[in-house]
Every structure is written in structure tokens, then in C-alpha cells.
Design a protein around this ligand. Structure first.
Ligand SMILES: Cc1cc2nc3c(=O)[nH]c(=O)nc-3n(C[C@H](O)[C@H](O)[C@H](O)COP(=O)(O)O)c2cc1C
Length: 210
């Protein structure tokens, strides 16, 4: 039995978000094929994501200098506990699915805020004398990015979304990175039906192979 962490960041209601419709389709197929797997859903808009703010930064720096959690301020303790909880949950999962729209060449800010809660030293990576090393490496972890953009960015310098996610997952040691892309529906609305059907086929295949 595996644990799949399903992370979304759509501001639109269900049925309106292209990425969410595709993600839901994937999840339905995946759940049918893997009924015993545990699915954990994180909606970065609805679920409160702890911002990496001054208290968190101060507290983590003080702990790096040898201070223990119990000696930090109340605010620092509460916020760091939330960040650690998020990072622990992330580190405990086997599979990751990110369902995202493109916003201004990147992701909506809530997704970045969420990623900042899971890239935590001692939890998902460590500092070594040779630089940072991912702690999730060598554990068969895999990641699927289900991503929708209105225009075409895949393979272009303008794309700061999926390539960024791939890098950050690799940073934590997750090297098996897959994608299901739905591009160009705003550029070519007349192709919407065909593009959507193709993406759903790709999502069905991804579900069978994930
Ligand atoms: C604030 C905002 C910024 C966007 N920026 C881009 C962009 O930089 N490039 C692009 O191709 N599409 C952009 N889009 C279009 C969306 O990526 C596209 O419509 C996508 O399919 C939306 O997915 P969703 O329905 O899951 O939200 C943007 C949309 C919004 C609302």
C-alpha cells in the first residue's frame, strides 16, 4: 500500500478548472487501479498553508545555531510546528501528484508557499559539506505534474512552472518525474475538445503506470 499526496492550487470551483478536471480524472482512474492506496489531498487554497515568515526564519536559524524548539517564542514554536507537520507529511508519502494551472509563467503563489513548507532541512534535505543532499533519494518516490496553460510553454525558456517543480523535487531526491500537460486551450479554443481528450488519454495512461 502506497501513500499518494495529491496537491492542488486552483482558485476556480470544480468543473471550471481545467487542471482540476484533469487531476480528478487521473485520481479516479488511479483509485480504481489502486484501491488500497492511501490518498492524502492538500488544497493549497482551502487548507491553511503556513507562510515561511520572519518567525519561521528566525526560529529555524536559532535552531541551526543549537537552540531547541522549546526555547523559541510562542509564535515561532507554533509556526515551525506547522511547517514541520507539513514537511513530515510530505516526507512520509511515496507518490506526489501536483495539479496546477500556469499563472504568469509560473504557479499560483499558494503552491510556492506550500513547497516552502516541505523543503525543510533535516526533513527532506540536509546540508552537507558538498552542498545540499535530498533525503527522499533512493526510496522509489515518484512525482506526476498535471499542468494546464492557456498558451504553449513546454520546452521554452518562458516556462517557469513544470521545470521548476522538477528541479525542486530533484533537490529533495525525487528523480522520477512525469508530466501530463494540457496546453493551448486559450490560444486555440477551437481545438479545446481535442486537446482535452488527448490530455485525458495521457492521464489515464499515467494512472496505469504510476
Ligand atoms: C492570473 C493568470 C495568469 C495566467 N498566466 C498564464 C501564462 O503566463 N501563460 C499561459 O499560457 N496561460 C496563463 N494563464 C491561463 C491559464 O494557465 C489557463 O487558462 C489554464 O488552462 C487555467 O487552468 P485552470 O482552469 O485549472 O485554472 C493565466 C491565467 C490566470 C488566471
Amino acid at each position: 500500500m502506497a501513500t499518494l499526496l495529491y496537491v492542488t492550487c486552483s482558485i476556480k470551483p470544480k468543473g471550471k478548472s481545467r487542471s482540476m478536471m484533469l487531476g480528478d480524472w487521473f485520481l479516479e482512474k488511479y483509485s480504481e487501479l489502486n484501491p488500497d492506496d492511501r490518498i492524502e489531498i492538500i488544497d493549497t487554497y482551502k487548507d491553511p498553508v503556513q507562510k515561511f515568515d520572519c518567525d519561521v526564519m528566525n526560529g529555524i536559524c536559532r535552531m541551526r545555531e543549537g537552540e531547541t524548539l522549546g526555547f523559541l517564542s510562542d509564535n515561532e514554536q507554533i509556526k515551525i510546528a506547522k511547517i514541520y507537520e507539513s514537511a513530515d507529511k510530505f516526507a512520509a508519502a511515496d507518490k506526489y501528484v501536483f495539479v496546477t494551472p500556469m499563472w504568469n509563467l509560473g504557479f499560483p503563489p499558494e503552491l510556492k508557499m506550500y513547497l516552502d513548507t516541505v523543503c525543510i532541512p533535516g526533513k527532506t534535505f540536509v546540508h552537507t559539506e558538498n552542498g545540499p543532499a535530498g533525503l527522499l533519494r533512493g526510496k522509489g518516490r515518484r512525482c506526476l505534474s498535471i499542468h494546464s496553460s492557456g498558451w504553449y510553454h513546454h520546452g521554452k525558456e518562458s516556462d517557469h512552472s513544470v521545470p521548476y517543480l522538477k528541479s525542486i523535487m530533484s533537490f529533495m531526491g525525487v528523480e522520477d518525474f512525469r508530466t501530463v500537460l494540457l496546453e493551448g486551450l486559450d490560444a486555440e479554443p477551437h481545438m479545446a475538445e481535442i486537446y482535452f481528450a488527448n490530455a485525458m488519454k495521457a492521464a489515464t495512461k499515467a494512472a496505469a503506470e504510476f
